[in-house]
Design a protein around this ligand. Sequence first.
Ligand code: C2G
Length: 134
Amino acid sequence: MKRVITYGTFDLLHYGHINLLRRARSLGDYLIVALSTDEFNLNGKHKKSYFSYEERKSLLEAIRYVDLVIPEKTWEQKVLDIKEYHVDTFVMGDDWAGKFDFLKEEGCQVVYLPRTPEISTTQIKSDLKEMQRC
Ligand code: C2G
């Protein structure tokens, strides 16, 4: 069984996230999503998500491509996760290209997939603000 892992906040879940998850899952047989906790979002990423960790987790667990959701609490946990979950392939969108190549030293394939253009959680938030003005 080929095991794939990816990381993210996945707030205001949108088709860019789904495109990423679908392609990540197609690289193996089992997809783990390490989901940023509310605390990590605040302290590690300096952003606040609209949906809570539990809400974002339940959304991800409803997606056919996702087999397991675990918490992402720190930037540094990736090496341990890869060992603990016997991960073969690490996947991120290419906005992270090159940032996690060190994971290859753990014997893990590292894949950066093209982001889906024109959609992001930030874009959704600003569009909604604009709509309220109309
Ligand atoms: N993504 C994408 N296309 C978009 C938007 C997002 O492919 N239009 C991808 C991102 O590249 C990322 C994943 O979807 O691989 C999740 O996106 P975010 O929730 O924004 O993740 P991020 O905040 O970048 O957190 O340790 C890594 C971090 O947790 C990544």
